[in-house]
Design a protein around this ligand. Structure first.
Ligand SMILES: Nc1ncnc2c1ncn2[C@@H]1O[C@H](COP(=O)(O)OP(=O)(O)OP(=O)(O)O)[C@@H](O)[C@H]1O
Ligand SMILES: [Mg+2]
Length: 230
């Protein structure tokens, strides 16, 4: 469904992706792991057309490299960035309404999302900037879902969350996957990523250095030492 080949990316003169190869199949959850600075977020940004890049990015068989971000989003790729891009002065509900494509709701209604995340429902008229970090993360994820994506790129959704919320986010992602959504989950936390994803990629120095199952990754202490542990 998503095929990335030989992807290179730059910030100005700084060359940070050196040939990333990865695929995400329809309805698949894939974890993208790696240390700080390994290029995980840049990979997600490159897929969304937010950084200068070269190589090949095919989405449902068509090249999206070089397309504007709004068009990539409209073609079915949702993006939940690491900085929880909410509008703090707008209410929870106003933030969610901004996620609609062409002003319409599809599969996800506000009521369904509020039922899934009662904390958002209870605070629908509250300014989003007053929510906790975890709630803001859920809000960004819900706003993305309202746009009816077929694939979501979720960048460290569990960062800074209490352990209980981390599990809740993991369970929610699995529920979305069961309903047919494909997910590229950028994570730092090995345990949650491997619990949620049947396939994991590890990035190191701007490349994918491992692509396999959680069991294969857990069995390879050398690989973990070289590319994951701090
Ligand atoms: N806006 C930017 N301008 C210049 N360099 C950047 C920018 N964003 C990231 N970089 C650099 O690009 C490299 C890859 O960063 P990236 O954000 O993709 O890493 P990451 O794997 O997401 O790690 P983390 O989120 O933990 O920082 C790093 O060396 C980083 O310093
Ligand atoms: Mg990052």
């Amino acid at each position: 469904m998503l095929q990335v080949r030989g992807l290179q990316a730059w910030y100005g003169k700084s060359h940070v992706l050196h040939g990333v190869d990865l695929t995400v199949g329809a309805g698949e959850i894939v974890a993208l792991l790696g240390r700080n600075g390994s290029g995980r977020s840049t990979t997600a940004r490159a897929i969304m057309g937010l950084v200068d890049c070269q190589g090949e990015i095919l989405w449902r068989g068509r090249s999206i490299l070089g397309r504007p971000t709004f068009e990539i989003a409209r073609s079915g790729i949702g993006y939940v960035p690491e900085d929880r891009a909410i509008f703090p002065r707008l209410t929870v509900e106003q933030n969610l309404l901004l996620g609609r494509q062409r002003g319409k709701f599809g599969r996800w209604s506000l009521e369904q999302l509020y039922a899934m995340f009662p904390a958002l429902g209870a605070r629908r008229q509250t300014e989003a900037g007053r929510l906790s970090g975890g709630e803001q993360q859920m809000l960004t994820l819900c706003r993305t879902l309202i746009g009816e994506p077929q694939l979501i790129l979720v960048d460290e959704p569990t960062e800074g969350l209490a352990p209980q919320l981390v599990e809740q986010v993991g369970a929610f992602l699995q529920q979305l996957q069961r309903e047919g959504l494909a997910i590229l989950l950028v994570e730092q936390k090995l345990a949650i990523a491997l619990a949620v994803s049947p396939r994991a990629l590890v990035m190191g120095r701007g490349r994918v250095v491992f692509d396999g199952t959680p069991a294969q990754l857990l069995a390879d202490a050398g690989l973990r030492r070289e590319w994951l542990e701090v």
